[in-house]
Design a binder for this molecule. Sequence first.
Ligand code: SAH
Length: 350
Amino acid sequence: MEKEEIIQLLQAKGEARTALLQRAQDVKVKEVGNKVYFRGLIEFSNVCAKDCLYCGIRKSNDKVIRYEATDDEILDACRFAWENKFASVVLQSGELSSPAYVKRVDKLLQKIKQLSNNELGITLSCGEQSLETYKHWFESGAHRYLLRIESSNPDLYYKIHPQNDMHSFDKRVEALGFLKKAGFQVGTGVMIGLPFQTYEDLANDLLFLKKLDIDMCGMGPYIEHEDTPLYEFRHQLKTKQERFDLALNMIAVLRILMPDINIAAATALQAIDPAGREKALAIGANVIMPNLTPTAYREEYQLYEDKPCLDEDAELCRNCLEARIHVAGAEIGYGEWGDSKHFKSRTKEP
Ligand code: SAH
């Protein structure tokens, strides 16, 4: 697909849009099947050294009460995931790279593997680290990693991040390369509907994902947060509904461009439309991340406004999702890792 065609598709409305979404769904079912895989999401700490201009838990937001879940709390959530046949968990946190943090994640990985007989698959979403750290974590049992590029346009990247060494576009791209080198299934993605972002930027984002030959993608609408610098530009944004529709178009085009990758139905979709994640599953996504973060901490992990499920415990969450996924006409891959098919074919011995 050429850039021009992608730009057209991203703006598709009415019948053209219905056709796009249908085509994406057909490609998904044909290439990766109709199963949805669970990744239980544990947002284990909101302590963050970064100051991303869009994010509610940025370092400078002193309204946030910082927390670190205890090992027991994290392991309990993992046990819940394992016993309920979620098969995988995602460990996510604010971004730190101190030796203590690196070591803590490493220990947690080993404990999670132990408690689950090596059965739980582990995805990390713990930011930019050195190649050495990524290798350690891989050896300790993580096998997938999510690190969103946020925007593939360096100019836009520096409009939504401070311009300094801590927030370097080049380093983020380099980290994605390290992840591949360390052996991970690599996932990345962008925010959709950012201030200053054009359709051409988004088309380039999709081509960037294709060129990087990623295995997984998580991308969702940008949602403003009152206590962040980008909030100032809220009047320039597309409406939330427009951002939502555009996010679905992005997912659909990506599914057509990269038929055999895993695509997550981002939680941010649900902050706009209560059935947002199911809608994504029906047009190309095949992974969902039920929130297993201990309820007491959820208020303090608000990256954006209207984040859903703040008061819903893990059990409720599972029942709710199960019902929603059945409504979307898909089947849950209980007890299956549901690894990226793309990763398997890209790493197959010749
Ligand atoms: N610290 C980790 C995890 C980041 S949180 C890392 O740096 O990779 C996960 C994702 O939430 C981010 O990558 C970002 O794309 C998304 N996010 C943050 N603020 C957001 C906002 N205001 N609207 C929508 N998504 C947001």
